[in-house]
Design a protein around this ligand. Structure first.
Ligand SMILES: [Fe+2]
Length: 174
């Protein structure tokens, strides 16, 4: 796939037990998030998460949150280059990636821009299952669409400053 890849990583049991009722934060820890409710992860829990990754990746982590991810309209991220999602609980949702003209009607807000979906073409999509770990090119427009069996979805999200292809290389060819 072009903008997303499943990683052969097993989520340690301890990470399923992380508190999900902590302060709601944005990706940069400063303010409340919008359609995704991101919760603060403690420093010691962050260490557990970073231990899963090679050193070069761990060094490029610019944020970690535990997130309740609902359906999200098309958007792309302006801060991090890619994100690793460790799906603690997930079913009934499709994440879709798009290509197309993103130049008109760009609205920057809180580290995102929102392209005009009528100018985009769907390129690929994936459905994560509980326990899956996927890396996403968050700079490419994407959305989350709920399906019939949509349930409360939780993921640990690790935001990287490393570009997607470089990060995939480091994670898959170590
Ligand atoms: Fe996103």
């Amino acid at each position: 796939m072009k903008y997303v890849q499943k990683l052969q990583l097993e989520i340690p049991e301890a990470l399923y037990k992380l508190r999900r009722d902590t302060r709601v934060v944005a990706k940069d820890g400063t303010k409340e998030a919008g359609e995704i409710f991101r919760h603060y992860v403690t420093r010691s829990d962050t260490k557990l998460i970073l231990n899963l990754f090679p050193e070069k990746i761990a060094a490029s982590v610019i944020g970690v949150t535990i997130s309740n991810i609902g359906p999200v309209d098309v958007h792309a991220h302006t801060r991090e280059k890619c994100v690793v999602n460790l799906y603690l609980q997930a079913s009934g949702a499709k994440t879709v990636f798009y290509e197309g003209d993103i130049s008109p009607a760009i609205n920057y807000s809180g580290g995102y821009f929102t392209p005009d979906i009528s100018l985009l073409t769907e390129i690929e999509s994936f459905e994560a299952a509980s326990g899956d770990v996927w890396i996403l090119d968050s700079t490419q427009p994407h959305s989350v669409i709920a399906k019939e069996n949509f349930e409360d979805r939780w993921a640990l999200q690790v935001y990287l400053s490393t570009p997607f292809h470089e990060a995939v290389d480091l994670l898959c060819n170590r």
